[in-house]
Each structure stands twice: as C-alpha cells, then as structure tokens.
Design a protein around this ligand. Structure first.
Ligand SMILES: *[C@@H]1O[C@H](CO)[C@@H](O)[C@H](O)[C@H]1NC(C)=O
Ligand SMILES: *[C@@H]1O[C@H](CO)[C@@H](O)[C@H](O)[C@H]1NC(C)=O
Length: 405
C-alpha cells in the first residue's frame, strides 16, 4: 500500500516504462534497498570526460585508463549504487553517432556487476552534437545487467524545454533492508545544465548553468507531497554536477582549513550562475539562489554532492553567514565535492571517486561517512558528516599527483 501511494508521486517521463511496485528481490527499479548489513554504499564517479582527443602524447588511452579507475574503485568498495555525477562525456569532441558507444564504455563495469546507477548530466554532456535526452534513453532502454535487469534510474521528472530544465531531474527512493521494505530515504538528482543546445547542424548556443526554478518548484512540491502522505520529512542526499555558490563563498572567505575540511583545494571554484564573457571573466549572477534556498529549507537533507571543479574535493558544513550568498546561512547543510574520476578533462591528481555510506540504523542522527577512494586503492579525506563536522579535526588529505598524468 505504501508503495502504491508513493508511485502516485512519481512522474515518469522520458517515455520510460511505467514503474511497477517494487517486487521483492527483483530490482526492476522503482527504488533501491539498504543492503542486508543495514548500509547503503554509493560510489560517485564524476567528470569522467570520455571521448576527449589524446592531444598527441598526452594521456594516451585516457578512456581505457578511466575504465580502470571505475573497475578499481568498484572492486574496493562493492557499492550498492553508482552515481555518475555529470560530465560523463566531453561531448564537444564527439560526433552524434559516437556518443552511445562512449556511454557503453562507462556502462561495461556496471553491467558486469549488475550495478544500478543514477546519472546527472554536466555542462560537457550537453553539446551541439550530443543530446542528453538521447543518452538518457540509451541508458534506460538499452543498458541491462548480465542478469537482464535494467540498471539505469536516470530519467526526467520535470516537464519543460530541455534547454530550460535539463534532462536529469528525478528522485530514487531507498527502502529498508528489512521491515517490509518501508521507505526510509530519498536520493535527489538535479540537472545544473550549462553546455550547449543540441542542434547538430546549427551553431553553438549556450545553455544556462543553474538548476531552473521549475525544477526547484518540482522539488519543493514533491517533498511536500511526501510530507502529506507520510506525515514526516525523509532523510535525503542530493546530487548535482555544478556546485552552488555557497561553496565558492566558503572557499573565498577562508572558511576552509586543511584539517577541518581535508582535501584538494587547488582552484577557485566555478559555480552555478557564473556568466562568462568573451574575455573569460565569469562573474557570479546569483541565479542559483532559488535552488540554494530550497536545499537549505529541505528538512532531513544530509548532504549535497557536486563535481565540475576537478581540483577541489573537500566537504564543508555551511553553518555560518557567507557574504553575497542568499540565503546567507545554510543551517548546517553539508556540501561535498567529488573526486575527478576521468583521465579526460583538466587536472593531474590521482583519479578516484567519492564514496558515501549511510546506515539505516543511524538515519535521523545525521551521520554520513564519506571518503575519496583512489585508483591505487588508498583512501583520502575520510570525514563524518555529523553535527560536529566543520569543527572536528582530521589528518590532512594525501595530495600526491599521479605520475604520467
Ligand atoms: C597509500 O597510503 C599509504 C599509507 O598512507 C602510503 O604509505 C602509500 O604511499 C600510499 N600509496 C600510494 C601509491 O600513494
Ligand atoms: C563526528 O565524527 C567525528 C569523526 O568520527 C567524531 O570525532 C565526532 O565525535 C563525531 N561527532 C559527534 C557529535 O558524534
């Protein structure tokens, strides 16, 4: 019954198959479950940048090496879910007919392990030659595990022009490992867009780079429907490729230290709402304000995870007023950067992925464990996103660069 109620909330689009109530033991993907050990383990690959030219001797076999990163992380972590958090492909280099082949290279390690995944699109996925809708459809209809099950959750639940709302706004319910599989948690996925309008025979036309207000309304409405039906807010996590402005304000005002927020901090953070001019200056426009407000006002939201900035991989707690930021105070919202996972794209730190562990038994206590799993198997920047995160002291992160880039 609960599931039937929940399904009423899910606006299935993308021409997707109608979602059926979750049949026990058949992961036909209305949602996922906490594992039998009571944990949910998520590996977040970000900025994979498949399909980039090799630039002569630079990064030969980059895509093959990136597949190696994915395999290594999955072998070390054995996650329940994979998140592909934007910039799967460097689509500005990719011909229309080649995009799905690159997606298939990313999918292979997931298919071999029958691993469900959820993608958000990034600014490099949307290009003149690449349609994020078409990539999403390929993942939805054509990608199946060796067990024959669909693996993709990636869809679009907000109606509107793709250049306005994007094509990866949806949620995934997480059910209990026991107890009749009750709903326990929500995972939210947002499209921060950017990139270019899809028009293979046209010119390059830029697309706004923030989460649109229509999407924000859908997020707020869906949350209030959950609250009405269940009488409470659910713990949740959110994923969006381009980070919100609060991260930049935190960095620029010196809020971060190497021991409270261990990680790489090697570039000025590019954020949603940056508007670049022809000289390469990109002043912030404030366009992500409605999205930030909604995030801050979402009760139970335990963390927001972004990529985009390859030379930043720390987590922060937004618990104080930040200048030029609306709202000024994040009420303790945790925000984390992922690790640059791909051999394509700028940046030469060792590649890796962000790992997230949530325990069913600790829901409601705001505890999320997270670290970076590196390609060589090492762990970097392990923090606990709990109530004292932001003041807790941790060892500095290992900042070594990989040889051979
Ligand atoms: C992995 O971590 C260990 C312990 O911190 C360190 O001694 C070793 O050098 C690291 N390995 C690599 C390849 O970075
Ligand atoms: C949060 O986690 C850190 C690291 O595990 C720990 O030292 C700290 O005591 C925790 N804070 C609370 C309130 O449990």
């Amino acid at each position: 019954m609960r599931h039937a109620q929940l399904l009423g909330l899910i606006a299935v689009t993308a021409g997707a198959a109608v979602l059926r109530p979750r049949a026990p033991a058949i992961l036909n993907y209305p949602g996922i479950q906490f594992d039998s050990d009571g944990k949910l383990s998520i590996s977040v690959f970000s900025d994979l940048h498949f399909g980039e030219p090799e630039w002569g001797t630079h990064r030969p076999n980059g895509d093959l090496k990136t597949v190696g990163v994915i395999n290594s992380v999955l072998d070390n972590e054995h996650p329940n879910l994979v998140v592909l958090n934007g910039d799967l492909v460097s689509c500005e280099w990719v011909a229309t007919q080649d995009a799905n082949g690159l997606i298939d290279q990313i999918m292979a390690p997931l298919i071999n392990r029958n691993l469900p995944f959820a993608a958000t699109f990034g600014n490099h996925d949307a290009s003149k030659t690449c349609s994020t809708k078409s990539m999403s459809d390929h993942m939805w209809y054509d990608v199946k595990g060796t067990n024959g099950n669909k693996l993709s959750f990636t869809t679009q639940s907000v109606s509107g022009d793709i250049d306005q709302v994007g094509w990866s706004n949806y949620f995934v319910p997480v059910y209990s490992s026991t107890n009749g599989g009750d709903l326990k948690m929500l995972l939210w996925f947002f499209d921060s867009k950017g990139g270019r309008k899809y028009q293979p025979t046209g010119v390059d036309v830029g697309v706004p780079n923030w989460v649109d207000e229509k999407v924000v309304s859908w997020f707020r409405d869906t949350n209030s429907q959950f609250r009405q039906q269940y009488g409470r807010a659910f713990p949740s996590l959110a994923f969006v490729h381009i980070p919100v402005h609060a991260t930049n304000a935190f960095q620029q005002t010196g809020g971060r230290t190497e021991t409270t927020n261990p990680g790489i901090n090697d570039e000025s953070i590019g954020q949603q709402g940056d508007l670049c001019d022809t000289n390469g200056n990109c002043p912030y426009t404030g366009s992500d304000t409605p999205f930030m407000k909604a995030l801050v006002e979402t009760e139970g939201l335990m963390g927001v995870f972004s990529g985009h900035d390859h030379l930043v991989d720390w987590c922060m707690k937004w618990s104080k007023n930040l200048p030029d930021t609306t709202p000024a105070n994040g009420n303790g919202l945790n925000i984390c950067f992922n690790r640059h996972s791909g051999y394509g794209g700028y940046g030469d730190y060792s590649r890796g992925a962000r790992q997230i562990i949530v325990e069913e038994g600790k829901l409601g206590q705001d505890v999320v464990e997270t670290w970076i799993r590196l390609e060589n198997g090492n762990i970097s920047g392990h923090v606990s996103l709990n109530s004292t995160f932001g003041t807790d002291q941790y060892p500095k992160a290992d900042g070594t660069k990989s040889s051979g880039a």
